[in-house]
Design a protein around this ligand. Structure first.
Ligand SMILES: Cc1cc2nc3c(=O)[nH]c(=O)nc-3n(C[C@H](O)[C@H](O)[C@H](O)COP(=O)(O)O)c2cc1C
Length: 388
């Protein structure tokens, strides 16, 4: 993938250097365009070294070809990150008074703006109407996140995490349809149940699938609320995630958020069993004799609240796997179930079969959890269309 990365005069400019590194690690080719204001925040030398390509600043240079046109031809996608209020205003008006703005006017390639600015700038009505205008014209935006800003204030305006920007770029490059306006509730990771004050029973789910569902949902424009148990991976720090340990805690938060959602995706590996009795003291017995009982069935409890939500379950099975997953689908009244073999647990790559009542199963082989997450959202869109 060839990316033209425009960096503008924002205090978040230094974070774009990390973005260049990440893109290069993912085998993308990057050419950086700096505005004059950006030179106050990043150096051309850092951008050139990290991108391993020349850096473009001036429009009127004695060089072969016309720079703004050749950049527009070369790139598969334009990414303006961080995008200042100024470049957003210029793009909305078609102003072409420097290399970056002229290249934008000359380009018909997909374009992503990642704004970063102080809350008062971001909330300014003119800035917001420029953003709306560009969105309506088909430009993509990854909105800033809330948090501590360079000004010392707390509010919306922070540059999002670079892994989320990368996922947004992928979603645009793959032309995944938008999930705009959808409220999606997801769970991820694993639950654990206490045995005594220090020991727990749990499983090996890493949280990768849940994290990719979170990234894919946000980058495709849905409102996502996430409830995660324990994980072995880094979860995005800038996104609000409800963290729980036990199945009953997960149920409490699911019940609180269930009415809000259009669609619930249960990617968390919720423990099937818990101890009949939790020992008050740490076990010291030579021989353990713990009795277990079935844990609460979260989906069954949620079904009691509302029968009309789109519910998607996951099923990781070994023996008689496929039939078991199909039984779960029917018993729990799910819209569809994502059946996984045991081999995908804790792995980067995955495979799955999407099983729907009365429909031919869809087999998805040897793919990334990111692509599977997006495939699941595409199937959610099919469900929503079917409900209308
Ligand atoms: C210290 C400092 C930090 C700034 N940070 C931002 C910012 O985060 N976002 C923004 O839109 N403008 C910011 N500005 C203002 C822009 O740099 C200014 O509007 C400039 O004209 C943008 O030009 P450009 O869009 O050509 O890069 C900042 C200015 C200063 C002095």
């Amino acid at each position: 993938m060839k990316i033209v990365l425009g960096i503008t005069g924002s205090i978040a400019g230094y974070k774009a250097l990390e973005l260049i590194r990440l893109l290069r690690r993912q085998d993308a080719e990057v050419r950086v365009v700096l505005t004059k204001a950006a030179l106050n925040f990043v150096t051309p030398l850092s951008c050139q070294t990290l991108s391993n390509n020349p850096v473009y600043i001036d429009q009127f240079v004695l060089d072969k070809g016309i720079k703004h046109l050749s950049l527009a031809d070369w790139g598969d996608i334009f990414v303006i990150a961080p995008a200042s209020a100024n470049i957003i205003a210029k793009a909305a008006q078609g102003i072409a008074d420097d290399l970056l703005s002229t290249a934008l006017v000359s380009s018909n390639k997909p374009t992503l703006f990642v704004p970063a600015m102080d809350t008062r700038m971001w909330e300014n009505r003119i800035v917001q109407s420029n953003v709306e205008k560009l969105k309506n014209l088909g430009y993509h935006f990854l909105e800033p996140v809330s948090g501590a800003l360079a000004s010392g204030r707390i509010g919306k305006g922070r540059f999002p995490e670079i892994s989320l920007i990368y996922k947004k770029i992928l979603a645009i490059a793959d032309s995944y349809p938008d999930l705009n306006g959808m409220n999606i509730l997801i769970t991820g990771g694993r639950t654990e149940e206490d045995l005594d004050p220090v020991r727990v029973i749990t499983n090996r789910s890493s949280g990768r699938m849940g994290r990719e569902l979170l990234y894919a949902g946000i980058s495709r424009g849905a409102r996502v609320r996430a409830i995660f148990g324990r994980v072995d991976i880094n979860l995005p720090g800038d996104i609000d995630i409800i963290r729980v340990r036990k199945a009953d805690e997960m149920l409490k938060h699911l019940q609180q958020n269930f009415e809000w959602c259009d669609c619930l995706i249960m990617a968390a590996a919720v423990g099937d069993y818990r101890a009949e009795r939790i020992s008050k003291n740490k076990f010291h017995n030579q021989k353990l004799n713990i009795k277990f009982k079935k844990n609460i069935d979260l989906l069954k409890e949620l079904k009691k609240l509302n029968k009309n939500k789109i519910l998607i379950g996951f099923s990781l099975e070994s023996d008689r796997g496929f039939e078991r997953s199909r039984e779960k689908l029917i018993k729990k009244g799910l819209s569809f179930i994502v059946h996984n073999p045991l081999s995908v647990i804790d792995k980067e790559r995955t495979e799955a079969t999407i099983i729907r009542p009365g429909k031919k199963p869809i087999h998805i082989r040897n793919t990334t959890k990111w692509h599977l997450a997006n495939r699941i959202y595409n199937e959610c869109l099919v469900e929503i269309k079917g409900q209308r």
